[in-house]
Design a protein around this ligand. Structure first.
Ligand code: EPZ
Length: 419
């Protein structure tokens, strides 16, 4: 596995255009399985996870090809398989997003139970429960969980937790099921709204996306369409926090501020100036010096503070004097980056769910490791704000969710290379 080498202590300053969102592109790529003709997706980020989803769709019989640097054409007409290859499920849990579309298109789907990962067990019980409410039979086989639904039935599903993936999987299955399906306690993330817009273009009717009560009226035939992926709010947050952590200044284009509730306010609380312009430009200017401002936050389902920017925010808080508290309430084990940050001298006390961060104290360069893609991004931020050479191992894990990270940070004045 490769590394990022960061020589920190430099202020980031400049303008970047945010890429399309990984967590919108992956479910929407999966939703192309529902279409009767080719789907063109624009603004698709060039990421390892997008490559894996491409492998999944190809293994099922679809054709996928890049027609420009950020546009994909997916033709699902050749799909003749409903077993998701085990090695791809192991590579990327989001492969699970094709179960709903396969059930609706083929009447069957077989997926290995995705293994847990560094941030938690990642069960799929809520997905399975939802498919059963729509008439699917579930059985365990030696190669994984098999779902059979020769005729999916529209119905009511009340989710025990507003799972993003379960909401998306069920929306996709319902989009190709005649009748009205209602999802209560649904996830409300912007990526859900983007998927809903895609399904509506294909011919389904979706009401309530972005709220906890979504109604989908499905159609047997859904057409191939063209769709542009929404901006990646987590990539935007990562660059904003990198600039804030280095005392810098950044202008982010293709950045929708309202998709980042909880971040702008807190950056302003510690003295940053955050200006939102034209609906999709955000400019961040940092103060000469951060004043002592104890910050306390907990992560939660949207519009709560996004768990996917928790690690990056923790790294930033090391710059802000005060005792800060972060409570991770979405995943059961997503504070592992605290241990890696301590290797850089960070004073953080953490268990699996809560971290106490003593900010405003000196850090030193060190050799560290990316545990998951967001933890890895946090270590890059910590390296950028610290004099000396920090080496972050397992670069490929970070590249699952960040396109050209070193090149784009270099554009902002960072000294970062990959090896
Ligand atoms: C999506 O994962 C994102 N991934 C994650 O981003 C993100 O952290 C997460 O939503 C929460 O916002 C993609 O969109 C590809 P969940 P997902 O189902 O769908 C539990 C990143 O960094 N749960 O909302 O898997 C689960 O264990 C990635 O880009 C069940 O118990 O998230 C977790 O504790 C990481 N049973 C919580 O719910 C289930 O059947 C939230 O999971 C499903 C989930």
């Amino acid at each position: 596995m490769g590394e990022f080498v960061v020589r920190g202590g430099r202020r980031l300053d400049g303008t970047l255009r945010v890429h399309g969102a990984k967590n919108a592109a992956l479910p929407i790529m999966a939703a192309s399985v529902l279409a009767s003709g080719p789907v063109t997706l624009e603004g698709v980020p060039r990421l390892r996870d997008v490559d894996v989803m491409t492998e999944v769709l190809t293994a099922l019989g679809a054709t996928v090809r890049w027609v420009s640097h950020s546009s994909l054409v997916i033709d699902p007409s050749g799909i003749n398989e409903y077993v998701i290859p085990q090695e791809l499920m192991m590579k990327m849990r989001a492969s699970i997003f094709v179960i709903g579309p396969l059930l609706a298109r083929m009447g069957h789907a077989v997926a290995l139970q995705p293994g847990g990962c560094s941030i938690g067990d990642r069960p799929i019980d809520i997905h399975i429960y939802g498919f059963e409410q729509l008439g699917a039979q579930v059985s365990e086989t030696e190669i994984g969980t098999r779902l059979d639904a020769p005729e999916l039935q529209a119905g009511l599903v009340h989710l025990s937790y507003p799972s993003v993936g379960a909401t998306e999987n069920l929306m996709m299955a319902a989009a190709r099921t005649p009748g009205e399906t209602r999802i209560r306690n649904a996830a409300m993330e912007p990526e859900i709204v983007d998927l809903a817009q895609f399904l509506e273009k294909m011919g389904a009717t979706v009401r309530g996306a972005g709220t906890s009560d979504i109604r989908i009226v499905g159609q047997r035939e859904l057409s191939g369409v063209t769709h542009t992926i929404i901006p990646d709010r987590i990539e935007a947050a990562t660059f904003m926090l990198a600039a804030a952590a280095t005392g810098g200044h950044v202008v982010l284009e293709n950045c929708i501020a309202e998709h980042l509730p909880g971040l702008m306010g807190r950056l302003r609380d510690v003295g940053c100036r955050v200006e939102e312009r034209d609906g999709d430009v955000v400019e961040l200017t940092t103060p000469e010096k951060y004043k002592t401002t104890p910050i306390s936050l907990h992560t939660g389902p949207y519009p709560g503070f996004a768990t996917d920017m928790q690690a990056q925010f923790m790294a930033f808080l090391l710059k802000v004097p005060g005792v800060h508290i972060i409570s991770e309430r979405v995943f059961e084990n997503r504070l592992g980056h605290a241990r890696e940050l301590r290797r850089m001298g960070a004073q953080i006390v953490a268990d699996q769910r809560v971290a106490l961060i003593y900010g405003g104290r000196p850090l030193h360069a060190a050799d560290v490791r990316a545990l998951d893609l967001r933890a890895g991004a946090a270590l890059v931020i910590a390296g950028l704000m610290t004099e000396g050479e920090t080496v972050i191992a397992d670069r490929e894990i970070i590249e699952r969710g960040y396109q050209d990270l070193d090149r784009r940070l270099t554009q902002l004045g960072a000294d970062i290379i990959q090896r």
